[in-house]
Design a protein around this ligand. Structure first.
Ligand code: ZN
Length: 280
């Protein structure tokens, strides 16, 4: 199953077309895309038996984030060995650093992003998991049952503010407006042959800059959910950014950052792509 946020309304994507959920369910499920996660299992059961009308075509630019207003967004740093070393950090032995991307930075999959003045804005393609069932002290082997689905995420990062001061400002440096595109839709885990092994990549103006597989995550999606939910409950609709592989601009020699006019395309196998262009 694929669900999307089309112009602010919850939609099912069937054969590439969008079916409006509130209309198709005669109002049983509200249009608010964020609200569906509170009733995820009930929704899943309805979709399995619903007689859905034919969908409508749509433009990717009209999609919003499939989780536009999570109560919590947890983002994980240094969760691929090759990225930890290019960033000059030791590979974490325990849980990698965890920060948030503030909710106002979330956007849909196709967007224009303003580059902060005087900043060095960098790219980080990441697999995103959205929680579908409250997770509290969940065991790793049970964790996938708490995931509603997976999406592509970009953890856009402004490195000057991120690294200024006595301790890193991960959360602020990664939360400028538009710095958290998610999409293009949410794909349920059962849609993948192996949801723990997906190719992810991103390209700037057509030049590939990152390419890896999620099997190379130090903490897999279920391992992260186990570790995070041992500390705090993960709530339905919460978003987890799982970390980025090597190839970010900060780790290059010479370093490279996003410039006005650049187009960044981020892709995950079996999900789809994000497309950001950068403006002054
Ligand atoms: Zn990141």
């Amino acid at each position: 199953m694929r669900i999307a946020n089309l112009s602010g309304r919850l939609a099912l994507i069937v054969d590439g077309k969008a079916v409006d959920v509130e209309q198709a369910s005669d109002g049983s499920f509200p249009a608010d895309p964020q609200a569906v996660y509170e009733r995820w299992e009930e929704f899943h059961a309805w979709v399995a038996t619903a007689d859905l009308p034919e969908g409508v075509t749509f433009r990717p630019a009209d999609l919003g984030s499939p989780a536009p207003a999570p109560r919590q967004t947890l983002a994980v740093g240094l969760n691929y060995r090759d990225h930890a070393s290019e960033s000059g950090f030791a590979v974490p032995e325990g849980l990698p650093p965890v920060f948030t991307k503030f909710v106002t930075s979330i956007s849909g999959p196709v967007s224009e992003v303003k580059l902060p003045e005087g900043g060095n804005t960098d790219w980080e393609v990441e697999l995103v998991a959205v929680i579908g069932r409250r997770a509290e002290a969940v065991r790793e082997q049970d964790a996938w049952a708490h995931v509603a689905g997976l999406a592509v995420g970009q953890d856009i990062s402004e490195r000057v503010s991120q690294l200024a001061g006595p301790a890193p400002q991960f959360s602020l440096g990664k939360s400028f407006p538009g710095f958290t595109p998610i999409g293009p839709w949410l794909v349920t885990p059962d849609e993948f042959d192996d949801p723990d092994d997906l190719e992810l990549s991103c390209a700037i103006n057509g030049e590939e800059v990152q390419k890896s597989r999620t099997r190379d995550l130090i903490f897999s999606v279920p391992a992260l959910i186990a570790e995070l939910s041992a500390v705090l409950p993960l709530l339905p609709g919460d978003v987890v950014f799982t970390g980025t592989p090597a190839g970010v601009g900060l780790g290059r020699d010479p370093q490279r950052f996003l410039a006005v006019g650049d187009e960044l395309v981020s892709t995950i196998e079996g999900i789809g792509e994000l497309r950001q262009t950068f403006t002054a």
